[in-house]
Design a protein around this ligand. Sequence first.
Ligand code: UD1
Ligand code: UDP
Length: 367
Amino acid sequence: MKKRIVLAFGTRPEAIKMAPVYLALKKSQALEPEILLTGQHRTQLEQALEIFGVPHSRNLDVMTERQTLPELAARILPKAAEAFREMKADYVLVHGDTLTTFVSAWAAFLEHIPVGHVEAGLRSGSMSEPFPEEANRVLTDALCDTFFAPTEGARDNLQKCGAAAKRVFVTGQTAVDAILFASKRGKLPDCVPQTGRVVTVTLHRRENWPVLAPLAACLADVARAHPDWTFVFPVHLNPIVREAVMPALSPCPNVKLIDPLEYGQMAALLARSTLILTDSGGLQEEGASLGVPVAVVRNVTERPEGVDAGIVTLLGNDPSGAMKAFSGLMDDEERIRRMARSKNPYGDGYASDRIATALEARIAELL
Ligand code: UD1
Ligand code: UDP
């Protein structure tokens, strides 16, 4: 009988990077994948899954308006444990660094179900940036049986933390699989001009909340100084983010503040962009995959490969310093061209197949 692999996830980035893993596992003769959604996100989760057409077995539907991290953790833990039990999970797969990631891994661990971590081993080296994602990753890795590291650097980080070498597989990033799949199928949103230069903007990370309003004000100045560029900013549904960024940017005619995009549209927007300005993790990998330079509003990144390859630049998160550096990049066509020519360090689009093969081998040994 096939072994039941429950893929547990709950937010937009996890869904985008786990959907290709589900599709790869579906081809396995030995494994039967099923999806458990925690529902940490609601609309953004549905929008992420739409283009992949993957079914889920259950949704714990835990999201509430303005949820706090402790409340969220307390809602996920018992419900996830119960679901794993009822679904008769032989093995659980989690992804990345969200609260869903860590709490689902913990729930499986408490149920004596082995857990594999997709996108394991990324480290910024600072527990405060990204917050709480660095801690979520470290804690998840402490509980896992198998580690699917997207890069050799991630593998080295895991081995420094004591992970057994034979349980760590370097697979490439499933974000590459996802963006290659979606950018072929997605349709450009109507608000995006067919010609001219476009910047895709996303900002939402918790450690940037205190500087989001001044960042938006400085970005508005950059937009006013570059009237021939269009800035497309799909604003995260978190009211804290919307209240911080919308007042300064909504008066700018060349800034399109829009609701979050379904992933196919987002992929088409990214492929159409000249630059990406973001504090997201996934957009760093997607920019690298599409050859679109990424300027990151953070002081540190747990994804140093993009910086080393030259496709990603770190701006810091001081509002005026970061936006001055970004404006300089917009004005430097030669630098943009050079960055865009960088090699993609995140993979070749076959990470999910490698994960399926490695997992089959591990399960044959374990169960
Ligand atoms: C979470 C992750 C973060 C990830 C991000 C991806 C944690 C601690 N954080 O942060 O690592 O980068 O998701 O986007 O796990 N909301 C909606 N509808 C949605 C989604 C969110 O209304 O579809 C609103 C709700 O009011 C919710 C709030 O956003 O309470 C915050 O959502 P939450 O998942 O707690 O935090 P994110 O900032 O999205
Ligand atoms: N994304 C999307 N629609 C949007 C904004 C982002 O589909 O309106 C995708 C984006 O392409 C990437 C992922 O969501 O694949 C990034 O998620 P997010 O920024 O929420 O999380 P992070 O990467 O910071 O963890």
